[in-house]
Design a protein around this ligand. Structure first.
Ligand code: C6P
Length: 402
């Protein structure tokens, strides 16, 4: 695959001379995805599931086909795919629907310090409401979740395990298969935050045997405003909705209502129709390239960047053994917001801050870090420009007394 040629499919590069290394926050959008959304707005820009006329049927068919594409992408069934606003709202849906209905005082929820706030705060809130107890898998010295450490945290009281598949700060891949098998032996349900995994790895929910899995469109070349919650059919079927309104019910009287079966029970109101079409286009786009090839390309760029960084003194890398395209680092004694401003002046977009994962910062014992994340549109030249700027930044801040 010629990844440099692929860049032409991302219109932003025609306008901006940018080295974009912030994909872990949001990926760039290819023309195919813009076309996918435009098809809705140009051909059948009307509501779904309601209109008894040709255009509405067309919109409904396209929206239904988009859900089928997502289901096939992760090897799920149609009714197991719920469209949400993003990974955050997908994780909130599991916590406030499944979590609130099953948790009793003293039940345990296992999380880790690697969780993004979107897979920590909903569980904190649900634990407070139910009297459940949060437990955290101790991380190994490099900051990883291991199956052994998970086994030592698991108990007969564990009802829910909610873990990240790939950490948005460390880039580590969680060994989910043995963890899920262990959790199931104790009768616990496993929720996977796949926001950073879905853009890079082929996911097979049947093989993984997870009970719930969440991801967002905008980190995998798709649009903002759409995400996915996968849930095993029998679990979803028993869950109450957390939002109520139009299109999620079969029959309504003054004092009661009968709700539709999943997925519609969890999708009240007008759904993100153009965004669903855009997400389906993104999936086709990624599959045409091949997820393995994308992951390999990101790994190649990360290794090259890492070798370059390690040759510069005065820089700390927090995840030198990461297996994905994320490098988290700091220029020693330089605040990451100062450093990121220097990079921006050179047209290089990095992320600086706590990355909505403050417990990772606490584990690393830093306030904030820089993060470079590589994806399919990045090139060897991007790595070179990044390293050139890094060298100059290090000299600049050293000479300025940092
Ligand atoms: N992480 C980052 O820069 P939303 O915003 O709902 O699409 O995704 C939330 C989310 C959940 N889990 C993980 C592992 C994530 O990385 C994210 C989003 C971005 O790292 C924005 S904070």
């Amino acid at each position: 695959m010629d990844f440099t040629a692929l860049r032409k499919q991302f219109p932003v590069y025609a306008y901006e001379d940018i080295v974009y290394l912030d994909t872990a926050a949001s990926s760039l959008t290819p023309q195919a995805v813009i076309d996918g959304m435009n098809e809705y707005y140009t051909r059948f820009p009307v509501n779904v599931h309601r209109g008894v006329y040709r255009l509405s049927y067309q919109a409904t068919e396209a929206y239904t086909a988009a859900r089928e594409t997502v289901a096939k992408f992760i090897k799920a069934s149609f009714e197991e795919i719920i469209f949400t606003r993003g990974a955050s709202s997908a994780l909130n849906l599991v916590a406030f629907s499944y979590g609130l209905s099953v948790l009793k005082p003293g039940d345990e929820i296992i999380l880790s310090a690697l969780e993004h706030h979107s897979n920590l705060l909903p569980w904190q809130a649900v634990a407070k409401q139910t009297g459940a107890v949060l437990k955290f898998v101790p991380l190994d010295p490099s900051g990883r979740i291991t199956a052994e450490a998970f086994a030592s945290t698991l108990s007969k009281k564990t009802r829910i395990v909610a873990l990240t598949y790939v950490s948005n700060v460390m880039g580590y891949i969680t060994p989910l298969k043995p963890i899920i098998a262990l959790a199931h032996e104790q009768g616990a349900v496993v929720v996977v935050d796949a926001a950073q995994a879905a853009p890079h790895h082929a996911i097979n929910v049947k093989e993984l045997d997870c009970d719930f899995l969440a991801f967002s469109g905008h980190k995998m070349c798709g649009p903002t405003g759409i995400g996915v919650l996968y849930g095993k059919a029998h679990l979803l079927k028993a869950m109450p909705p957390i939002e109520y309104g139009g299109d999620m019910n079969d029959h309504v009287t003054l004092h009661d209502a009968v709700y539709k079966d999943p997925p519609y029970r969890f999708e009240t109101g007008t759904p993100p129709i153009a965004e669903a079409l855009g997400l389906a286009s993104a999936i086709r786009f990624l599959q045409d390239i091949g997820l393995d090839a994308i992951a390999e390309h990101a790994r190649h760029l990360r290794e090259k960047a890492l070798a370059g960084i390690e040759a510069i003194s005065g820089i700390t890398v927090y995840n030198p053994t990461t297996e994905t395209g994320i490098i988290t680092f700091n220029l020693d004694d330089v605040h990451p917001h100062d450093a990121v401003t220097y990079f921006d002046a050179d047209g290089i977009a990095l992320r600086a801050g706590h990355h909505c994962a403050q417990t990772v910062m606490q584990w690393l014992q830093v306030d904030a870090t820089l993060r470079a994340s590589f994806y399919l549109y990045n090139t060897d030249d991007d790595v070179k420009r990044f390293l050139d700027t890094l060298r100059r930044a290090r000299t600049f801040f050293t000479e300025a007394g940092f």
